[in-house]
Design a protein around this ligand. Structure first.
Ligand code: TYM
Length: 380
């Protein structure tokens, strides 16, 4: 197996690697049956589900059954700030969260662990990382979450409420198990094994089911949670797991926040988006315009086409037209890139406008759910 996936390291090289992860992690594929059941409740399906970018799950089938029997759930996910701003890949789980919140009218909890990337040595400046924590909270809120039903918290600020349950959780997980699931080596800091308990605690915020949309790299935390939840009279975590958005350099490359040539950032302006796509986006087009027109392009390895298919072209018919036109060489690489830049910008402009208007305090301190949570106390 070529792939290596932990919350701190992701190395995927093919669709085959994603399939193998399903076996390795012991999760299930999101299949037609499951999507049809969801659609019966929601009326339609978000593009990230329809196109199977969220491709695996643990227990989501059970959750839908329980939901139909009148049981409730809440949503929990998070973002660990680092030494740079969020890119479009980081936003994927939050876009699905917004859709789920609209459909099910449920509470959403967003954890911003400002210690995680510092302890993982992905950033060297803790104070700067803390500043990014607020920037990221604002970005996440601007996907359109409901301020009455959303609580965004930064770990170092909210720690008083997290610490007591973390005391209980930390006792239940041995270094042996943590190593087995996360593969720590001897150079790992002692912060990270403890951090596991802090990422598990929010699954206990409510007594109903925690539903967690996230990248598949985050699954190990919740596998451990499922082993211990019942000890605390809490429900086992349900995950819906996504693949990773490719970086600009090509299929299965990492979109890395520390490499601007690989990523589109949430605050990039139109000129920057267009420039990056035109200059850096790996193309599946022919070597010359003549060759492209004669032999056609390969949408399956083209980063622009990939981005359209993941999220930015919601119209299935239009996507098919682009795919066929590109494959036949009728659509040029330049045209495809230009179109992609426009679609990405349509999306980003909206986020950026919301970002300026957002009253972040409502999500973090004094909104309906936020003010309740500042009084939250863990009781078994
Ligand atoms: P972080 O900050 O590394 O990433 C935030 C979320 O984005 C996902 N992600 C991606 N999804 C698609 N394409 C990409 N290229 C891409 N890069 C990152 C991640 O899988 C993640 O879901 N430990 C977490 C923060 C966290 C959390 C949680 C996540 C705290 N509590 C609860 C999920 C659930 C982290 O470092 O995420």
């Amino acid at each position: 197996m070529n792939s290596k996936v932990t919350p701190w390291e992701v190395d995927i090289e093919s669709e085959e690697d994603y399939r193998k992860l399903i076996e390795e992690f012991g999760v299930k594929e999101i299949d037609d049956n499951l999507l049809n059941e969801l659609k019966e409740i929601t009326g339609d399906l978000h593009v990230l589900l329809r196109r199977r970018f969220f491709y695996a799950h643990r227990g989501f089938d059970e959750l839908l059954k329980e939901y139909k029997n009148g049981k409730s759930f809440f949503i929990y996910t998070g973002r660990a700030p680092s030494k740079s701003k969020m890119h479009i890949g980081h936003l994927i789980p939050f876009i699905l969260v917004k859709w789920l919140q609209d459909k099910f009218k449920v509470n959403v909890y967003i954890q911003i662990p400002d210690e995680e990337k510092y302890w993982a040595k992905k950033t060297d400046d803790y104070e700067a990382t803390r500043q990014y924590a607020y920037e990221d909270a604002r970005t996440i809120a601007s996907v359109g979450l409901d301020p009455d039903r959303t609580f965004i918290f930064i770990n170092s600020e909210y720690i008083k409420h997290l610490y007591k349950p973390a005391i209980y959780v930390a006792r239940e997980i041995s270094i042996h198990e943590a190593k087995k699931v996360f593969g720590f080596d001897d150079s790992a800091t002692i912060g990270l094994p403890f951090y596991i308990s802090l990422q598990i605690v929010p699954t206990f915020f409510e007594e109903s089911y925690p539903l967690i949309p996230c990248g598949i790299d985050q699954d190990p935390y919740f596998r451990l949670q499922r082993d211990i939840a019942e000890k605390f009279n809490r429900k086992k975590a349900i995950t819906i797991l996504s693949k990773f958005v490719w970086g600009l350099q090509g299929p299965y490359t990492k979109m890395s926040a520390s490499d601007p040539k690989s990523a589109i950032f949430i605050d990039d302006d139109y000129e920057t988006v267009r420039y990056k796509i035109l200059k850096y986006a790996f193309s599946g087009g022919g070597a010359t315009l003549e060759e492209h027109k004669k032999y056609g392009g390969k949408p399956e390895i083209d980063v622009s086409f990939f981005w359209l298919s993941v999220l930015f072209e919601e119209d299935d018919r239009k996507l098919k037209e682009i795919e066929e036109g590109y494959r036949k060489g009728e659509i040029t690489t330049g045209e495809l890139k230009d179109y992609t830049a426009k679609k990405v910008w349509e999306f980003l402009r909206n986020i950026q406008e919301n970002r300026r208007k957002i009253d972040l305090d409502k999500f973090m301190y004094d909104g309906k759910l936020a003010s309740e949570m500042w009084n939250w106390e863990f009781k078994i």
